[in-house]
Write a protein that binds this ligand. Structure first.
Ligand SMILES: Cc1cc2nc3c(=O)[nH]c(=O)nc-3n(C[C@H](O)[C@H](O)[C@H](O)COP(=O)(O)OP(=O)(O)OC[C@H]3O[C@@H](n4cnc5c(N)ncnc54)[C@H](O)[C@@H]3O)c2cc1C
Length: 413
């Protein structure tokens, strides 16, 4: 079994696909080592285990909208594809989504997956409550306001298997998406905040070549007509894909045509292939205040890695208070890289980017490729000790830990 990108072969001794909560509890109770597998879109060994890998794909799908509470209750195996249509039909929306709907909500939440937007927090921040099947098979519930809730949501799969989530909803809304091409790097550096705060969700896409950012994606809540130019970038005259050689018609509709949130806020639509397919991703997050410095630092070394790259995306993420969130306690900018599936140049490129960002103490995306050492990463999370204590309480024998989580989070205990 491999992950979506094909760069990881899982080392699980067995794979279980329970079809009921009772079966799931039984699998967990019996296992010595166990991890949940979502849709397998992570690029490192986070989901892996040498014990039992549990897929919740065959569990009964739950998408239960509570109109009084403005919330939805979903099961732990549901993907965004499974839920967004029903939410739209019920007149609701999610405030934020990632670039693609193919991933499970639980997998996104546990890894602090994010989209873009100055006021948009990580997807995990929409979680109002969750249920976790813990090591003994017992189900433990957490609700916002409970002690340890902020530690339980972004959990790297290390507390147990999420069987249920309750998400906050907002009223349904429409988005119009416009793309602008050829944004001078000098204007990015001089006007970074103005660019990113220009609309509900903004992304910069660049191959880090020359002196211009390839594309500026602007997703606005109301209105549709693009302005002819933004800071030297001109309005696109056709649909664009983030990877310039790919077909823009494989992406969500652009050219300012307004439509429902779930058909515009993702970059890649429900039912379509996302991104390049054969690729590897890395992403590092810096404080918002350091964004221009980070951009300049990467720009300075771009010739050392750009040939290994499909494309890179820069996004903003609002601060939250979830202990292991990459936006914990700070407004954040993510520097994402989609690398060609050629491991040596990719690894070299990741290291070049990490070295350039090192003075700014970047936090790596938990689900993507990084080489920063645990002793560099741990001090970036002030509540790490509290998370360890929570994990110790729910999983005293480390049933849900794997090599990667052990090394990253727990090794010196
Ligand atoms: C094409 C592509 C585009 C992407 N775009 C973005 C993006 O826009 N923003 C971003 O931040 N990331 C992005 N990612 C990364 C992606 O969001 C993460 O890898 C996310 O974790 C994927 O969810 P998954 O269901 O595939 O989880 P998996 O990769 O299957 O698992 C990830 C982790 O979640 C745990 N997990 C899964 N389900 C459960 C459960 N029920 N209970 C407990 N733990 C569980 C697993 O054990 C593992 O530790 C992208 C990845 C790809 C391939």
């Amino acid at each position: 079994m491999r992950n979506w990108a094909g760069n990881i072969i899982f080392s699980a001794a067995s794979v279980e696909r329970p079809t009921s909560i009772e079966q799931l509890q039984d699998v967990v109770r019996r296992a010595q080592r166990v991890r949940a597998l979502g849709s397998g879109h992570s690029f490192n060994r986070l989901a892996d285990t040498d014990g039992t890998l549990v897929s919740l794909a065959d569990m009964p799908r739950i998408v239960e909208v509570d109109s009084a509470a403005h919330q939805v209750r979903i099961d732990g195996g549901a993907t965004y594809t499974d839920i967004v249509g029903a939410l739209h039909e019920a007149g609701y929306g999610l405030g934020n989504v990632a670039s693609l709907p193919h991933i499970t909500v639980a997998g996104a939440v546990t890894t602090a997956t994010h989209g873009s937007g100055d006021t948009n927090r990580n997807l995990a921040a929409a979680v109002a409550a969750l249920k976790i099947v813990t090591a003994s098979g017992e189900i433990v519930s957490f609700q916002r306001g409970d002690a340890d809730f902020e530690g339980a949501v972004v959990n790297l799969g290390a507390l147990g298997i999420i069987s249920e989530l309750t998400l906050d909803l907002i009223p349904g809304y429409e988005i119009a998406q416009n793309v602008y091409v050829g944004l001078p790097v000098t204007n990015v550096l001089d006007h970074f905040d103005a660019l990113m705060s220009r609309a509900y969700s903004v992304s910069l896409f660049t191959r880090w070549q020359g002196k211009a950012v390839d594309q500026l994606w602007v997703k606005s809540i109301a209105g549709g007509d693009p302005v002819p130019e933004i800071l030297g970038a001109r309005a696109a005259d056709r649909a664009y894909h983030p990877i310039p050689d790919y077909d823009g018609n494989d992406c969500t509709p652009q050219m300012g045509v307004a439509g429902p949130w779930h058909e515009r806020l993702f970059h890649f639509p429900v039912g379509h292939k996302a991104s390049a397919g054969a690729e590897v991703q890395s992403e590092h997050f810096v404080r918002r205040a350091d964004a221009a410095a980070a951009f300049a630092a990467i720009h300075k070394v771009q010739d050392q890695f750009s040939s290994a790259l499909f494309v890179s995306e820069v996004r903003s993420v609002a601060a939250d208070d979830l202990w292991l969130s990459t936006a914990y306690g700070q407004e954040t900018i993510g520097f994402h890289f989609t690398w060609k599936p050629d491991w040596e140049p990719t690894l070299a490129g990741v290291k070049v980017v990490e070295a350039a960002l090192a003075p700014l103490s970047p936090r790596p995306h938990w689900a993507k490729v990084f080489t920063l050492r645990p002793e560099v990463i741990r001090p970036l999370y002030p509540r790490l000790e509290d998370f360890r204590a929570l994990a110790q309480r729910l999983d005293p024998d480390g049933k849900f830990r794997n090599q990667m989580v052990e090394k990253l989070i727990f090794a010196d205990r």
